[in-house]
Design a binder for this molecule. Structure first.
Ligand code: PLP
Length: 367
């Protein structure tokens, strides 16, 4: 490394680990010369975007020379009514990833602590380290957030706690009663972030959103995204729901025009496409059951999921399984990046994709 970077870059830069993204389809095509590829690696919607969102984008492509509405006025209004919340507490971001970074920039100083689970979404550590905050990673217990242990790790330095519910990569939720008990004990001056990127897929009855705590005026942010069930991952749009005071503070560090116009119109349309959301949920629910039964037949342990992906113990080195599946044009996620070298994380696809994945996996495990 050049001396210039070593001496002049902020020291926080050297604490960052690169984000490991799902392998893109085009990259597999280039590298392996394959054509027919399925990606079950990034929890995208296998049915594609909402048709209404596609239509909205088509109707607006002629306006690309104009800057978008910096304030996302219509989208915020719609998100407020959709969630029965105050529009003054809605934040819209270039993906919810951006909102995580904005929250870190708004709240975290060098030396502050942030608490989240391990394994969970890697962005939490990334945005905290950029700001020089100290990451306290609390191990999952039985693949689920251990809210008692998280509470016990809170001290005077704790600025923020992030609960990923359902959790990525395990798909588990923390129940309503666990959240109630947690929120009754967590100090008021700790910001609690509920990342609910997969909440639309939850099937368990005892799930609650963090929204009620925002309504109660607590220092809480609920994060949602259009990248998963709404099928708009490429457009990069996510949102946060919080108190007007927190929203105002976060807006101070937000770039103007952070959410592009096509993303805004597509998100608006996707929110109204209840048919697409419903269908996506059904396909996911059926796909889950199919995959469970096939994993059972193969004698594989899996974590029952409330999201659109399954964390499964393939009892074999995940890198080997990944490479062998890739040769068949099937992209999945390895568990080693989450600390589970014999696990993979697979997105629930369409029925045809799930069958192809199971056929491939069956072959790989027989090797
Ligand atoms: C996919 C995902 C997000 C969404 O990220 P976007 O930036 O909105 O695409 C957020 N949190 C978790 C846990 C995720 O898995």
């Amino acid at each position: 490394m050049g001396d210039f970077i070593k001496n002049k870059a902020r020291p926080e830069i050297f604490t960052l680990k690169p984000y490991v993204a799902g392998k893109p389809i085009e990259e597999v095509k280039r590298e392996l010369g394959l054509n027919d590829i399925i990606k079950l690696a990034s929890n995208e919607n296998p049915l594609g975007s909402s048709p209404k969102a596609i239509e909205a984008v088509e109707n607006n492509v002629r306006n690309m020379h104009l800057y978008p509405d910096s304030n996302c006025f219509y989208l915020k209004e719609r998100l407020a009514s959709f969630n029965d919340m105050d529009a003054a507490g809605i934040l819209v971001g270039n993906g919810s990833d951006e909102l995580l970074k904005l929250l870190a920039e708004t709240f975290l100083n060098r030396g502050d602590q942030i608490v989240y689970a391990q394994p969970s979404f890697s962005e939490y550590g990334f945005v905290a380290r950029i700001m020089g905050a100290e990451c306290i990673e609390v191990s999952l217990s039985n693949f689920t957030h251990d809210l008692e242990a998280i509470l016990n790790s809170i001290n005077d330095k704790t600025k923020m706690v992030i609960i990923c519910n359902p959790n990525n990569p395990t798909g588990t939720i923390v129940s309503a009663s666990e959240i109630e008990s947690f929120m009754s004990k967590v100090p008021d001056d700790v910001l609690v972030v509920f990342d609910e990127a997969y909440c639309e897929y939850v099937e368990r009855e005892d799930f609650i959103s963090g929204l009620k705590y925002v309504q109660a005026g607590r220092n809480v942010v609920v994060l949602r995204t259009f990248s998963k069930i709404y099928g708009l991952a490429a457009l990069r749009v996510g949102y946060g729901i919080t108190t007007p005071a927190i929203a105002q503070a976060v807006e101070k560090v937000t770039e103007p025009f952070n959410v592009n116009m096509l993303a805004q119109v597509a998100a608006l349309a996707a929110l109204d496409d209840t048919e697409h959301v419903q269908k996506s949920r059904e396909v996911n629910s059926l796909g889950k059951k199919y995959l469970y039964s096939e994993f059972d037949k193969l004698g594989l342990y899996y974590v029952p999921t409330d999201a659109n992906f399954i964390f499964v113990d393939v009892a074999k080195n995940c890198q080997e399984v990944f490479k062998a599946l890739l040769q068949m044009g099937i992209i999945i996620r390895t568990g080693d990046i989450f600390g589970y070298p014999n696990f993979i994380r697979v997105t629930v696809g369409t029925a045809a994709e799930n069958e192809r994945f199971i056929q491939g996996l069956t072959q790989v495990l027989a090797l």
